[in-house]
Design a protein around this ligand. Structure first.
Ligand code: ATP
Length: 459
């Protein structure tokens, strides 16, 4: 299937079935902002919950945090964001389109040097869209600025955080003082971040408001290489083992020396092969050495060192796995999307219709079980409701009694529900229901009494 087709179909399915809506759509939308609908919020919550479980709840060496979005402006001076968090921007004088100079340069096969303001040799002089003249590149800071309090003056400027990581670094001392963790230990956080991206796009791949899932793992400098290798592999495995993403479409890409930020000793990206852009970053894992803690120690005047067994003071190194919750959710959606030409169902009027199946891993599927009475009649609706009420206390379930059973199965396939439970007239006699599995379409008769155990084993 042509790649654009696939994305078009996925975007339309997301809208039609309540995964994602354009933000403020009744006013015409706001460019590249999206709202998660009823199914989307379940899906994204599952992604975040699985990350939190793996990174915090099931580990002895990582604790959680939820820091404020607005922070002291000095934070961004210390972190370097005020000075360096910029993209080189060029405008087309003719069609007024805007481009990132590094993207234009990359498209010519040259390597961008983002450290300088100078026009890099080889930067195209004309617009790739209309052939118009391009401006010289200008530096553009990606942080959203706002004002605290009633006066819009320089002294009241604050920034929407462009990453969650700094909230962790500035709480390093608080966490140490209160929780007394021994090195190595990590602090993890999930939260919103904001970047005034020059070219947002590709659905929720790059937006100006997004959510990050970040962990800062502090360790002794002599152990940093080992922990870097550990997290690099651990985070790759998470996408395969926990999110259930196809391993063939994932890879780890180590950054070359000249790609590294000046403070990073090593960095690797977990990448997914997206239909719209090829291999693209899902998560970065970096050895940031002692850069961040040292900067904050200098700017705040606080002691952020620790003492080793020999009584020697040092600043810990940090390994940072930094992921995007929305990019992970997009990956789950793209990876699950499957079309079956001619249809899977051969017994009903659905024959020959194209069927869409979202093959979500059961752990991420927004709805786990759909309860479907064969008819709306009270004789079937009552027991079906009772089963629905019993199951929904443990799993996210839905109840659907509208349309033919074949059509209802397809509706559930399209939103990736792993199991359907059908209550029919036989149920009234044998106290059994039909459980239908999404992927195999296998149907089994299971006693109502055994249903909970069945799903406990299978979900
Ligand atoms: P890019 O090069 O794509 O702009 P980055 O290298 O600046 O990304 P990081 O600063 O390393 O990204 O952010 C960590 C993670 O946060 C990314 O791997 C991605 O999953 C997510 N992320 C970053 N920017 C955005 C965005 N604009 N929209 C959605 N997710 C984002």
């Amino acid at each position: 299937m042509p790649t654009n087709d696939l994305m078009e179909k996925l975007v339309s399915l997301c809208k039609r079935r309540g995964f994602l809506f354009p933000s403020s759509e009744i006013y015409g939308g706001l460019n590249s902002f999206y709202d998660y609908g009823p199914l989307g919020v379940e899906l994204k919550n599952n992604v975040k919950r699985l990350w939190w479980q793996s990174m915090v709840q099931r580990r002895d060496d990582v604790v959680g945090l939820d820091a404020a979005i607005l922070m002291h402006p000095k934070v961004w001076e210390a972190s370097g964001h005020l000075q360096n968090f910029t993209d080189p921007l060029v405008d087309c004088k003719q069609c007024k389109r805007r481009f990132r100079a590094d993207h234009l340069l990359e498209a010519t096969g040259s390597k961008p040097d983002l450290g300088t303001m100078k026009t890099p040799a080889g930067l195209p002089k004309v617009c790739p869209e209309c052939g118009g003249e391009l401006t010289e590149p200008r530096r553009f800071n990606l942080m959203f600025k706002t004002f605290m309090g009633p006066l819009e003056e320089a002294s009241s400027v604050v920034y929407l955080r462009p990453e969650t990581a700094q909230g962790i670094f500035v709480n390093f001392k608080n966490v140490r003082d209160t929780m007394r963790p021994k090195l190595p230990f990590g602090i993890a956080q999930i939260g919103k971040a904001f970047r005034n991206e020059i070219t947002p796009g590709n659905f929720i791949f790059r937006t100006r408001e997004f959510e990050q899932m970040e962990c800062e793992y502090f360790c002794h400098p002599r152990e940093a290489d080992r922990w870097y290798d550990y997290w690099r592999q651990e985070r790759f495995n998470w996408y395969v083992d926990v999110l259930g993403i196809n391993k063939k479409k994932l890879r780890l890409r180590d950054h070359k020396r000249d790609e590294l930020a000046h403070y990073a000793k090593a960095c690797a990206d977990v990448e997914y092969q997206f239909p719209f852009s090829g291999w693209s970053e899902l998560e970065g894992i970096a050895n940031r050495q002692d850069f961040d803690l040292k900067q904050h120690a200098t700017f705040s005047g606080q002691d952020l060192e620790v003492t080793d067994e020999a009584g020697k003071k040092f600043t810990p190194y940090v390994i940072e796995p930094s992921a995007g919750a929305d990019r992970a959710t997009l990956t789950v959606l793209v990876d699950a999307y499957t079309e079956v030409e001619g249809g899977r169902t051969t017994t009903t009027e659905s024959n020959k219709e194209l069927e869409v199946v979202m093959r979500f891993d059961k752990k991420v599927a927004p709805i786990k079980v759909a309860v479907l009475p064969l008819s709306k009649k009270e004789t079937l609706a009552r027991p079906a409701r009772e089963i629905f009420d019993a199951l929904r206390s443990r799993w996210t379930c839905t109840y659907d009694e509208v349309a033919s059973i074949g059509r209802r199965y397809r509706r559930q396939d399209e939103i990736g529900t792993p199991y359907c439970v059908t209550v029919d007239f036989e149920t009234l006699e044998d106290k059994k229901v039909t459980v239908r599995a999404r992927d195999s379409m296998k149907q089994e008769r299971i006693g109502i009494e055994e249903l909970e155990d069945y799903f406990k084993d299978n979900l």
